[in-house]
Write a protein that binds this ligand. Structure first.
Ligand SMILES: C[S@@+](CC[C@H](N)C(=O)[O-])C[C@H]1O[C@@H](n2cnc3c(N)ncnc32)[C@H](O)[C@@H]1O
Length: 258
């Protein structure tokens, strides 16, 4: 069991760039995992649950996503539904290894956790914004400002990577997907794409896959579980995508999928 500061210090010092996928998979639980919906989490992780950064992911799925994101040109990151912020910290740290000036936004309806408060004030300091708001709020694009203090949603503002893991109902997730496209996201991540307990997110992922040429799934499971759980889907938005003409004005002069 580690304190929040110990876990954050270890993450900030971890060599994501040179670590193999297996090394990342093995070290992730040692940063501390979430302990809600424990029936979805393999018992082998019970000693890692409820402390540290409390990320809510399967290590064998998240490690593969993190490796996939290595070296990508990503200037800005938004996670919709951060909870304690464990996954946000891990993805943000991976991105910062390749771009120390990445601008990062957290969105959730709950106040920032002690983990995110500590991360922001003791480890990151700037270019990190927490927005306590529902992602489907009509003022979402106006309140979500960044380093240039320009309202997001105008053509001058964009977010390169959006992780959708907030409200899990069908209209919410579909709404967040459209939000990501309006933000001109190069990469869009969906959670719970193979979760037995989350029919809406599974359904939407199957719809989303038909709209895009480049999609990736990180859906490894653990032996001994009674069903499939969690699951991460990644879309790389491309001008050849069926939905692209509808959002072309949100991608001004951008070379996609670099
Ligand atoms: C499954 S948890 C997120 C876990 C987190 N992404 C992780 O990997 O550690 C879902 C979060 O979405 C938040 N949420 C629910 N409805 C939301 C909404 N309309 N807008 C933003 N966040 C929402 C919840 O408060 C909760 O913290």
């Amino acid at each position: 069991m580690k304190t929040i500061r110990q876990s954050l210090t270890e993450i900030v010092n971890f060599d994501f760039v040179n670590a193999s996928q297996k090394e990342i998979e093995d070290i992730l639980p040692t940063f501390g995992m979430n302990n809600e919906y424990i029936s979805e989490i393999p018992p082998m992780f019970s000693k890692y649950m409820g402390w540290g950064i409390k990320f809510w992911q399967y290590p064998n799925q998240l490690s593969k996503l993190l490796c996939h994101l290595k070296g990508k040109k990503i200037n800005s990151y938004l996670e919709i539904g951060v909870r304690y912020g464990g996954t946000f910290v891990l993805i943000n740290e991976l991105l910062k290894r390749y771009n120390n000036y990445v601008e990062s936004h957290c969105v959730d309806i709950i106040p920032p956790s002690e983990i995110l408060h500590t991360y922001q004030h003791e480890f990151v300091r700037d270019r990190f914004y927490y927005h306590q708001t529902p992602s489907h709020s009509s003022t979402f694009f106006d309140t979500l400002t960044g380093v240039d203090q320009m309202p997001i949603g105008r053509t001058t503002k964009k977010i390169d990577l959006v992780f959708i893991d907030g409200c899990h109902t069908y209209p919410c997730v579909k709404h967040d997907y459209v939000t990501a496209l309006i933000l001109g996201a190069k990469y869009i991540i969906f959670h719970d794409i193979s979760n037995r307990n989350s029919e809406s997110t599974r359904l939407i992922w199957n719809e989303v896959k038909k709209n895009h040429k480049k999609t990736y799934e990180f859906i490894d499971q653990y032996e001994g579980m009674d069903a499939n759980y969690l699951g991460i889907g990644l879309v790389e938005v491309s001008p050849e995508d069926a939905v692209f003409p509808m959002f072309e004005s949100n991608y001004p002069g951008v070379t996609l999928s670099e």
